[in-house]
Design a protein around this ligand. Structure first.
Ligand code: NAD
Length: 328
C-alpha cells in the first residue's frame, strides 16, 4: 500500500525501510507534520502514518477522507492527537506497546545522572577540573522510591530499582500482583508522597492525572525529594515545580517530557530564540535534567514500532481484523 509518512526522522526511516521488504509497502516520506497545510501531500496514498505531534483533528481527517484515505496509522501508543469522533469512514490504528525496558532504563538513567552528577563530572574532567566539590550523591540502596503507575513501564522500572536495593512503594488504580511479588507495597497516594525519596511517574495523561504534581501535592512530599517524569508533561504543573525548586523543597528533577513540548521537542532549534520562559527558567537549575522525549529511543523499541505499524498496514490492506484499532 502507498503510505504518506509524516514527521519523518532519519532514525525512523531506517527501521521502516529496513523491515518493509516482506510487507512491500510504498512509503512517501515527508518531513513536515500532518496539518491542514500539508495534508495534500497524501494525495494518491491509501493511508497516512503519523506520530505524536501530527494534527489528526476533524478538519484534517475530513480532507484525508475526501482524498479517499481510509486508514490513519499512528506509530506511537498515544492517540490524543486524533479525533476519533468524526463519524468518517476512517480507521485508526496504533502501536499499543513496544519496549517498556527502553523507557524504564531511561528513567533510571535520569535518577543516576541527577544523583551522581555524571553530566557535570563529564564536563569538569574534559576541562581538567578534577575537583569533587558539589558532586556528593547518595546511596540508592535503602532509599524509598514511589512509583505512580505500575503498568508495563512502572513495573520494569520497579524491577530495576529492586536490584539497587530500593524500597518500593506503588500507587495505581489497578493493583498489579507482579509488583507485590517483587517486594513492592501499594499505598495511598498521600502516603507515597510522604515517604518517597524518589518519585517516578508512569501513568497515562487523563483528566484525573492532569497536573497531579502541583503546589498542594508537592507540599506533602519529603524535603529534597527527587521527581522523575518520563510519562507525559502535563502530569506536572511546571510553574509550581519551579517554585518548589526555588525554595529547595524539591531537590532534583528529571524530565523526559514537558507540558509544552510540542513547540520544542524533536527539532533542532539551536539557531532560534526559545520563547517559552517557563522552560528556560527550568533549564537554569543545576539540579534539573531535561531530555527531549527520547526515553523510547532504542533500537529494540524502533524495531517494535516499525514491525507493528507495518503489520497494522498489511492487516488493513488484506481486510483482516485490526488488532490495534482505536475507537472513540
Ligand atoms: P500502561 O498502560 O502499561 O500503564 C499505565 C498504568 O497507569 C496502569 O497500570 C494504569 O492502571 C495506571 N493508571 C491509569 N490511570 C491512573 C491514575 N489516575 N492513577 C494511578 N494510576 C493510573 O502504560 P505504560 O506502557 O506503562 O506507559 C506509561 C506511560 O508512559 C504512558 O502514559 C505513556 O504516555 C508514557 N510513555 C512515554 C514514553 C517516552 O518516550 N517518554 C514512551 C512510551 C510511553
Amino acid at each position: 500500500m502507498k503510505v504518506a509518512f509524516f514527521s519523518t526522522k532519519p532514525y525512523e526511516k531506517e527501521y521502516f525501510d529496513g523491515l518493509n521488504a516482506p510487507y512491500g509497502h510504498e512509503f512517501c516520506y515527508f518531513e513536515p507534520r500532518l496539518s491542514a497545510q500539508t495534508v495534500a501531500f497524501a494525495e494518491g496514498c491509501g493511508a497516512v502514518c503519523i506520530f505524536v505531534n501530527d494534527d489528526g483533528s476533524a478538519p484534517v481527517l475530513k480532507k484525508l477522507s475526501g482524498m479517499g484515505i481510509r486508514l490513519v496509522a499512528l506509530r506511537c501508543a498515544g492517540f490524543n492527537n486524533v479525533d476519533l469522533k468524526t463519524g468518517l469512514d476512517l480507521k485508526v490504528v496504533r502501536v499499543p506497546a513496544y519496549s517498556p525496558y527502553a523507557v524504564a532504563e531511561h528513567t533510571v538513567a535520569l535518577i543516576l545522572t541527577l544523583n551522581r552528577k555524571t553530566h557535570r563530572a563529564f564536563n569538569r574532567v574534559r576541562e581538567s577540573n578534577y575537583s569533587l566539590n558539589g558532586l556528593v550523591g547518595f546511596d540508592l540502596h535503602g532509599k524509598t522510591v514511589g512509583l505512580v503507575g505500575t503498568g508495563k513501564i512502572g513495573l520494569c522500572t520497579a524491577r530495576i530499582l529492586a536490584g539497587f536495593g530500593c524500597r518500593l512503594l506503588g500507587y495505581d488504580v489497578y493493583q498489579n500482583p507482579e509488583f507485590t511479588a517483587m517486594g513492592g507495597t501499594y499505598t495511598s497516594l498521600e502516603e507515597l508522597y510522604r515517604q518517597s525519596d524518589i518519585l517516578s511517574l508512569h501513568t497515562p495523561l487523563t483528566p484525573q492525572t492532569f497536573h497531579m504534581i502541583n503546589a498542594q501535592t508537592i507540599r506533602q512530599m519529603k524535603d529534597g525529594v527527587m521527581i522523575i517524569n518520563t510519562s507525559r508533561g502535563k502530569l506536572i504543573d511546571t510553574r509550581d515545580l519551579i517554585e518548589a525548586l526555588k525554595h529547595h523543597k524539591v531537590g532534583y528533577v528529571g524530565l523526559d517530557v514537558y507540558e509544552e513540548e510540542a513547540d520544542l521537542f524533536f527539532e533542532d532549534l539551536s539557531n532560534r530564540m526559545i520563547e517559552d520562559e517557563v522552560f528556560l527558567r527550568l533549564l537554569t537549575f543545576p539540579n534539573v535534567l531535561v531530555t527531549g522525549h527520547q526515553a523510547f529511543l532504542t533500537r529494540e523499541a524502533l524495531t517494535g514500532i516499525a514491525q507493528t505499524t507495518l503489520q497494522n498496514l498489511s492487516d488493513f490492506e488484506a481486510g483482516k481484523p485490526l488488532a490495534n484499532e482505536v475507537k472513540a
